[in-house]
Ligand binder design. Sequence first.
Ligand code: ADP
Ligand code: MG
Length: 218
Amino acid sequence: MLTVHMEKQLSHFTLDVKFNVGREIAVLFGPSGSGKTTILNGIAGLTKINDGEIRLNERVLFREGKSLVPVQERKVGYLFQDYALFPHKTVWENIEYGMKQESFAKKLIDKLQVGHLLTQYPHEISGGEKQRTALIRAIATEPELLLLDEPFSALDEKTKNNSYEQLLAVHQEWHIPIILVTHNKSEVELLADKVLYMKNGKIMEEKLQEKEKISLKM
Ligand code: ADP
Ligand code: MG
C-alpha cells in the first residue's frame, strides 16, 4: 500500500494531494501542467517536496520536509515519459542496470518478447520495443511500486493495444501498486481500478471503477 500526502509550491499553483494506492492500478488523469509528473517525481524522490508524508508498505519515504529514504533505496520502478533508456547501452545492458535477479529479468524478457533484441542499441529498435525494454528495466528492479508516466502515448494503435494487455498481465502476476499517468480515456476504461482526476495541483475527484474486460492472450 502506498499512501501519499504531498505539498509542493510550483510556479503557478501549489500542488496539494492526498491519496492511496493498494495492489491496484490507479490512473492520474488531468490536463497537461496539472502536476502529474511532479507527483511521480516526488514519490520517486527526484524532486523536493515542501511538506506531507509518503509511505510505501511499512516504510516512511518522506515526512515533515525530509526525505528519509534515498532514491536508490525506495524500491520504486519508474518508466519515464520518454523512456530514458541509456543510449550507449544495449537492451540487455539497460535491463541489467538495477536488475535484482537474472532469472526474473529473463522471465520478463520472455513475456514481453524482447529476447531477439538484447544486443541492439535503443536507436536501433522501435518505439514499442523501447517502451517494453523500459518497462522490463523498471520491473526487473523488483520494486514495491511502479510509476508509469504516459507510457503508451508515443505508440501506434496496434502497439498500444498489445501494451495494454502486457501491462494487465504483468499486474495480474505481480500485483504491486501501479500509478499510471494518461490523457487517454480508453486507457482509463481498460486499465484503471481507480481514477484520480487532477486539475491545477489538486485531485478534483476520485472514482473507483470496474475495468472493461479485455481478453488476455498472454
Ligand atoms: P503534468 O505532468 O501534469 O503535465 P507537471 O508536473 O510536469 O505537469 O508540471 C506541473 C506544473 O509545475 C507546470 O506548470 C510546471 O512548469 C511546474 N513545475 C514542474 N516542476 C517544477 C519544479 N521543480 N518547481 C516549480 N515548478 C515546477
Ligand atoms: Mg507530465
